[in-house]
Design a protein around this ligand. Sequence first.
Ligand code: FMN
Length: 199
Amino acid sequence: MENPAITNHEIHPLIAQRWSPRAFDSKLVEPEKLAQLFEAARWASSCFNDQPWAFIVATKDDTVNYQKMLDCLVPFNASWAQVAPVLGLVIAQKNFKHNDKPNAWGEYDAGQAAATLVLQATALDLVAHQMGGFDADKAIATFNIPETAKPIAAIAIGYAGEPSNLPAELQERETAPRSRNPLSSIVFTGEWGNSATFI
Ligand SMILES: Cc1cc2nc3c(=O)[nH]c(=O)nc-3n(C[C@H](O)[C@H](O)[C@H](O)COP(=O)(O)O)c2cc1C
């Protein structure tokens, strides 16, 4: 299923097509495509070009690590993400490499890398669904994530599946129209709250 953004202004089709479905096909993702996703993430911009992101990835054919990853998700997310053939964690390094001082933009940059990965996934006819609903402490312990790094989000990646395979309540959410705040409430000029005139 596709669920493109209904936009007020024309945007690139790739951006309009990206969405966060919960219905996945169980088909495995080709290793070359997986590599392309992380290659795209690698080329995100970052403060001081520090590239503070890292990923831990588990594919379904790696049953032990996949189960470990699944066990880090909150039960709601695990209920649908368990069909996805790829699960991962997006991680941010806490400190800059050049001076070991706290990187105030580390999580921002990790988010940019994740967003880039997700767009590359869309370009490859894959879907990706990011999740804040995971147990970070469990992930740290399970995957030996060092004190210097922070797991920010989990992500499910795969091919789109049939919404009819989801539980009834999730089917409804899957097919509901996608919505966004109006531009006038987020783009200001002059001072906070003063909508920009070009929108
Ligand atoms: C950082 C982040 C955390 C999210 N956490 C969850 C989550 O735990 N469970 C879930 O089902 N969706 C989660 N989502 C998906 C959002 O609900 C979804 O992106 C939002 O509703 C907009 O829909 P769209 O991505 O299809 O445009 C998360 C998305 C992001 C970016």
